[in-house]
Design a protein around this ligand. Sequence first.
Ligand code: ADP
Ligand code: ADP
Ligand code: MG
Length: 645
Amino acid sequence: MIQSLLIANRGEIACRIIRTARAMGVRTVAVYSDADAKALHVRQADEAVHIGPSPARESYLVGDKIIAAAKQTGAEAIHPGYGFLSENADFAQAVIDAGLVWVGPAPDSIRAMGLKDAAKARMIAAGVPVTPGYLGEDQSPERLQAEADAIGYPVLIKAVAGGGGKGMRRVESAADFADALLSCQREAASSFGDDRVLIEKYILSPRHIEVQVFGDAHGNVVHLFERDCSLQRRHQKVIEEAPAPGMDEATREAICAAAVRAAKAVDYVGAGTIEFIADASDGLRADRIWFMEMNTRLQVEHPVTEEITGVDLVEWQLRVASGEVLPKRQDELSIDGWAIEARLYAEDPKIGFLPSTGPLTHVMLPDHQVRVDTGIHEGGAVTPFYDPMIAKLIATGNDRPAAIDRLRKACETTAVWPVKTNAAFLARCLANEQFLAGTMDTGLLAASAEMLIPPNDVPDAVLQAGAMAITTRSLGVTPHQIGDTLIGGDLAAATPWTGAFGFRLNAVPQRVIHLLADGHLESVQIDNPWGQLDAWVELADDMILSGVNDGRVFAISEARAAGTATGAAADGAILSPMPGRIIAVEVAAGASVAKGEKLVTLEAMKMEHSLVAPFDGVVAELNAETGGQVSEGALLVRIERAEEE
Ligand code: ADP
Ligand code: ADP
Ligand code: MG
């Protein structure tokens, strides 16, 4: 068994790997960039080596520095995590050539599956059903167009070197093909340094089904059943679960067997995922599920598989890399219960899911009932340099409804400030009827966006909780002492942690009937003339945070809490949420815009983000120019509200 391990990654996956390594008695070495000097993975590892400036290209993607760090610390093996160098065959080879153990498949296996077209050709040869389409060498626009016409629209153009949901264009008709091809090739060249594409039939009612496979160096390959990752946004997974709803035994056996065949065809060793696309218009049927690609590494969503199988996949990775035989045979593996994961991102669903960077002053992640895999800590920060994932929340249950219910509650009680998160969006996704019925497809989130984006209104309970908090503070008492303090109204029965407290809001008497200590946030239940409302409140030094357990967090000023409630987006100032480059300006000064209309598109964190109008109005100020660099907080556009009728 290897005794020491360097983790060539950061964030939650580095922390996840450290957890298992530590439990196995393996010494851990972290690497970090400037931005990550105080990051959680650095604190958790036994040792840490600085490998360069913040941009990944100068640190986490520099193989030589990572190998040098391993040599310098005496680490025997390197685990690449996911992203970064995890699917880089040349790096895997360099690790091996340096006399170190590579925790992953052989470089040749990575290469075989690295390009989507070559991988599909290989799978066809292995008898695995693949998504119908064109994989040809001939990349002339005429030939590609002719192939698309022959496949029949809609088609999907994909960069052969693509990944992370980038480099894909859905094309509806022959007339749109040429433009879509050009833009896809451009994106492919700039993101992957390779503009070659393949064309696939766009599968209607698509569901993303993938199978976890595992191989060892002794020729054994098993599968650990399937995951369903159909809740996606822009081809990127948002919520993942295992097993897949509506999967019958025969279909499961067929696709899991196909996945094992696929892995064996490339002599696969270690953890891998075979991704399939299913046409679910008539349920999940074995003859309508096709191979899409293989990810030759540990997957972001691996925890749901761990939860239903009881297997620690990182432990298996370390054992297999050390030359051991797979700890279990196929007939020793089974599915127990249901598991579901949500990716909590630092992003703002209200402004096109733009990543939200800044200090993590307040972080409340659910701490019981769910597994939380995270790489951040309160007092840390989300920087613009890396993927803005804050945590993965993983819930389990005896059945699907129980697991979903638990995860929804976990998302609802998540509170992070001032960085914005998608917690409320996730909670809404988990309450979506189609999703609950298990009849979703990959288009669901886009089609239901209107309903899933959290509303802007400030709930009464939040204002009232804020008013209470302000009252508390002005009395100089802590919320815990409120039970002993009666300002007015009726006194309700008091038990430990339960207080009774009354105050006036706009001359209306309010009565607080419960005040519960819940971590460092206080849950308040308020009885008022309009009924009972729930809210939590936190007294921070310079502000009051409150929420109503729907995943939203509000910062309340005294004026706001005192009853001057206006919409949360009352202010029409559109600020740049992060440093970036303006790539499109969609409006002119003085123009009328409708709520939700695109104003400016910004490129930051390798992604394009559109800033939209928060309400109907007129562009009163415009400080954005195509091509211009903008700093965080720069005022780009100011919208003046349209006169109310
Ligand atoms: P998964 O199915 O595991 O989400 P992806 O290919 O979408 O697979 O990417 C996995 C993770 O790797 C992403 O969530 C992201 O954090 C990271 N990642 C993907 N592409 C890149 C990249 N080009 N640079 C850095 N990290 C990346
Ligand atoms: P990436 O390497 O970026 O993960 P994939 O080939 O795995 O690329 O595709 C990403 C997502 O795009 C899939 O999960 C699925 O939602 C969608 N997709 C891919 N191919 C098709 C297809 N032929 N028809 C419909 N949707 C597809
Ligand atoms: Mg994929």
